[in-house]
Ligand binder design. Structure first.
Ligand code: M6R
Length: 600
């Protein structure tokens, strides 16, 4: 996690870095800092445990080179002392780091023994002191950074400022970093989102490359030597700026955007489902190549993946299983496996490490991401952009919906040419897909009137249960996750049938129990069991508290959406947000969390 930005230009470098950091704050907001140098050699240095906004820059900002950081704490408490940029013993060098230095303790001991004064608790500080030593003999800042990085184990994206020369160097290893040129200066940042308001192109800093930013522009070093500049990539139009809305928080606007997001996905992908067109466009091998599908992801993305996996297994009888990316070190991988790796950011370290551990043969990886410029997208065999547009709120909402719908389109397209899928069922699934945007829109409208009452009723509830069956379980899981991360209250999800095997003991007078209704009549039994113990049931089924009239009333489960009642997630997102706001929480930046989790 953490966001890094650096810039060199004629003047205003600190202000540009501050603006970039504001756009990176979703990556972590425990503390922030900027170090900058002016053309006359003056140095400005500020750190804060407030947000980036509280970092002051001069109105007529004279700085020509600046680096900055917004932190998500791993090593060391949330204090100004631990905020980046971190300084060397002389005050000449500053660095900002994202990642984890695994051998920091050993290096720290060595550095202290050699006389260095380390003033923070963070692992990153060793880098600036290694750089200080390396610069004594190195021919340049780039060479010194390269030498310092050779001492590190772990993952890093580092920017270093030499306040003597005004030069900036940057390098990366297992942590994302990009470089870009704009009219007002050159940039390095953790994510192109930091500068999409200023640039249309960017270049990826590959592992162990070093780049130098100075008044001449950006120069590239590969393996410690001058190297050709890599090809530029275009910033996709959809990633350029977030959509404004009626709420003052991003999350509210992102929830509201969901019908439009759903519509644009269905409009662009649904016409390419039939006859395997979309599948073929992704250059995926024919579906018959695969004997199984494995879903890989974390948190909300894993939930979305489970819904997509259900399409393969339910409609195609192709076995699918979901793996928590951080827990798949011992997974047994078999040939003829399609891995679908879901990650809205495409930078989640747990997913990338799981990816690296995959066997080189017999496995095809499809990345489903909201960031087609990400590390995951660059490494996968095939990539599909889930087309949600920029999502700023840390809690995933529209990206979840977009991942489900995009994944469903891909799965239906793959299965469309398979004899496993009867034409009648395929046609019904296509109809259900076309119906999704309207169902989501109606859920927003109907629950807009219901959610405020629920918020008042449950304002004091210490814990919540979310139940579902079949395709509804993933939405119950997602509802519980949203509630936890936004309200800081305990929330648990269970398949409804499991209730009587233990979790029913949690239910007492007034316990809130949200039930995601997928139309399975056995849910009525679970609801009766809850109500008999005084629990307060909220039946969530898209348009209102009663079973949705919009769903096909059929006893043939294969004609219901194979991805379950997706519209049910909308009221669960709305309720979590409303309760969090009622409790006075920042819904865009829940405590302790970050949007891009680039540490394992
Ligand atoms: O970027 P990713 O989709 O890979 O992130 C995975 C999780 O960290 C993420 O979904 C997290 O659970 C969300 N913040 C939940 O709202």
């Amino acid at each position: 996690m953490c966001g890094i930005a650096a810039s060199v230009g004629r003047h205003g470098a600190a202000s540009r870095v501050k603006a970039a950091l504001e756009r990176l704050e979703y990556r972590g907001y425990d503390s922030a800092g900027i170090a900058a140098r002016s053309a006359d050699g003056g140095v400005a240095y500020a750190r804060t445990v407030g947000g980036v906004a509280s970092l002051g820059t001069a109105p007529d900002d004279p700085t020509t080179a600046a680096i900055g950081h917004t932190r998500w704490a791993t090593h060391g408490g949330v204090t100004e002392r631990n905020a980046h940029p971190l300084r060397d013993c002389t005050g000449r060098l500053f660095i900002a780091h994202n990642g984890i230095i695994e051998n920091a303790d050993i290096l720290r001991t060595e550095l202290v023994a050699a006389g260095h004064r380390l003033t923070s608790d963070v692992d990153s500080e060793v880098i600036v002191h290694l750089l200080e030593d390396a610069l004594i003999t190195a021919v340049s800042l780039a060479a010194a950074l390269f030498a310092a990085a050779e001492r590190l184990r772990g993952s890093w994206a580092v920017v270093a400022l030499d306040t003597l020369t005004g030069e900036i160097a940057a390098t990366a290893h297992g942590s994302p970093l990009i470089a870009a040129e704009a009219a007002d200066g050159v940039y390095v940042a953790s994510d192109v989102g930091a500068v999409t308001d200023r640039v249309t192109e960017f270049r990826v800093i590959d592992d162990d490359d070093v780049v130098v930013l100075d008044s001449a522009g950006i120069r590239w070093w590969g393996a410690g030597q001058s190297a050709p500049t890599p090809a530029a990539r275009t910033v996709p139009r959809s990633h350029r700026s977030p959509v404004a809305g009626r709420h003052s928080d991003h999350m509210g606007n992102e929830i509201d955007e969901q019908p439009a997001v759903a519509r644009s996905i269905v409009n662009s992908l649904a016409p390419r489902i039939a006859e395997g067109a979309l599948w073929n466009d992704l250059a995926l091998p024919p579906i018959e190549t695969f004997e199984r599908v494995v879903i890989l992801g974390c948190g909300t993305s894993l939930h979305a993946g489970r819904a997509v996996g259900g399409v393969f297994s339910k409609l195609g009888r192709l076995p699918s299983r979901a793996l928590v990316a951080s827990e798949c070190a011992d997974a047994v991988w078999e040939p003829r496996t399609l891995v679908i790796a879901l990650s809205q950011s495409g930078e989640t370290a747990d997913v990338l490490r799981a990816f690296e551990a995959l066997p080189r043969t017999g496995i095809t990886v499809l990345a489903l991401t909201n960031n087609p410029m990400s590390t995951l997208a660059r490494r996968a065999d095939a990539v599909i952009d889930c087309l949600a547009g920029p999502e700023i709120g840390v809690a995933a909402t529209k990206t979840f919906l977009a991942q489900v719908l995009t994944g469903v389109c891909v799965a239906l397209s793959g299965l469309s040419t398979s004899p496993r899928l009867a034409p009648r069922v395929f046609a019904a699934q296509q109809r259900a897909l076309h119906h999704a945007p309207a169902a989501i829109e109606r859920a927003l409208r109907v629950w807009g009137d219901i959610v405020p009452g629920l918020t008042n009723r449950f304002a004091e509830a210490p814990g919540f249960l979310f139940l579902g069956r079949g395709g509804g379980v993933v939405y119950a899981a997602e509802g519980a996750l949203k509630l936890k991360e936004l309200t800081y209250r305990w929330a648990e999800h269970q398949p409804a049938g499991e209730l009587k095997h233990g979790p029913l003991a949690l239910v007492g007078q007034g316990t809130p129990v949200f039930v995601v209704d997928d139309g399975d009549p056995r849910l009525d039994v679970s609801i009766a069991e809850v109500e008999a113990r005084g629990g307060h049931v909220v039946r969530v089924s898209g348009p209102g508290p009663q079973t949705s009239p919009s769903r096909p009333s059929t006893s043939d489960a294969l004609l219901l959406p194979a991805w379950g009642p997706l519209d049910a997630v909308v009221p669960l997102q709305m309720f979590a947000r409303a309760l969090a706001l009622h409790l006075g929480h920042n819904v865009d930046r829940p405590r302790n969390l970050a949007k891009s989790v680039t540490v394992q």
